[in-house]
Design a protein around this ligand. Sequence first.
Ligand code: NAG
Length: 479
Amino acid sequence: MEDTERSGSASEETHHYVSHTSLSSPDAYAANPRFRQLQEELRYVLFTAVASHGPSRCPSPTRTGSELVETAASKFWKQSLDSAQVPIPKARLIYYLKNWITECAPHLDKFDENSHFGVQIPILAQNSPSLLYAILAFSARQSERKACFKNSRDSLELYQESIRLLTPYLQTRDPNVLMTACILACMELMSVSARGWRRHVEGCAALFDSYMINGFSGGHLQAVFWCYARMELCGVIISDGTESTVLPLDKWVPQEATVGVSPDKKEDQIRDLFYAKGSSTPDMHANWAVYLCTKTCNLTCRRSRSVELGEVDQDDPRPFSEQWVRLWEELQFWREHRHPAMLPVKATSMDDEQTFPNILFAHWAAISGNQLYHTACIMMLEMKPLNIPLSSSSPYCSAIWHARRVCGISLTNPHSGSLINAIQPLYIAGKLLTHWDEHLEVARLFRTIESTTGWGALWRLRDLEQAWGYEANEILSAI
Ligand SMILES: *[C@@H]1O[C@H](CO)[C@@H](O)[C@H](O)[C@H]1NC(C)=O
């Protein structure tokens, strides 16, 4: 970075940062009054827009093709950055744009073969200043976190500018506002402990609902949807079976598949939809794993509400054990029908020296996709009804087998986008591990994720320390 004044104080900042996080005090960014104010402002802007329009079908996604590319790209960047209303030197804005393309977008494009965030969104941003400032804000925040700066002036300035410019677009009911809203929500989630996830995603959920965009809408809005869906999944895992998704699962798929059909038929239709798309494109197969894992959380939540709180399940009249078997079969169907690119190119079984298996994937969609499959299996096995027999000789029926694979996948595949997605799976899997060596290895992974990606991960390691029965920071200080 060309900003010497900042890099000069980096080590001091690092020191502050480290002591700050290790005290597990509330995140400074979340506590920053300006951040809180902007976050509320964004929610207000989004909800007001949705309320004033009411539901209606959105026009088909706008074309992203060559017409847009031809709008004198380089000239645009120059003009829009020259006339920028933010007190940030242009060179730094260009640095943030570069950082978006090289560091941030690949994190969000983790499954997407078309790299919508890295390629299409910068193109669309040429005609949408609000989107441009959203990507700059995200990138600035990611740089600030990665370099451990306590100073977050740039990202807040850019965040504010993006919200300011968003309002006129909301009035024209342009579905592209979803990209801005979603990138800003991701930025919020990256920046602060994800426990307040609902507040960050509610605005986006209202927009997806109002514009009727779902996981099969096609093009860049579909890509944005799955980015959103991963935030939802992260949220429901954190809620530990107590909360539902903000956007109901039925709205993740086209309405035709879910309205007015029995639960069995609905499940058949949804499976066929995913299977039809996923058998040719690994990224859709991975999105399917996001869906199935979220569905597992949905079942966990409904189970705890009906079994533990005695509430009647309004959504599904089938007995719990029947629903469980059905979802278990769907998960195994997912595994058995993986696209060749979703299979490991090399996998070792465990020997005595190894704590976790090596499972190497060539396609990046396979990394998170398979990891989420194993995560869902762990959650399923933890709530398996006693009267359902599973073959005890099959590894698929062993939660600890799945847990070791979750960890092995992250250790073998250092793709940073997938590491971000691994935080919650590692927590679910990590809880089952009982040995000190395993704990250390998982703890190192959490530390690597936080230091290499800029995403907050250590707060989850602290939850694991507690689950493992250690004192606070006992593992953290041992690695
Ligand atoms: C489960 O998913 C259904 C279908 O979208 C939804 O209606 C229901 O509210 C969800 N329940 C929970 C607890 O997540």
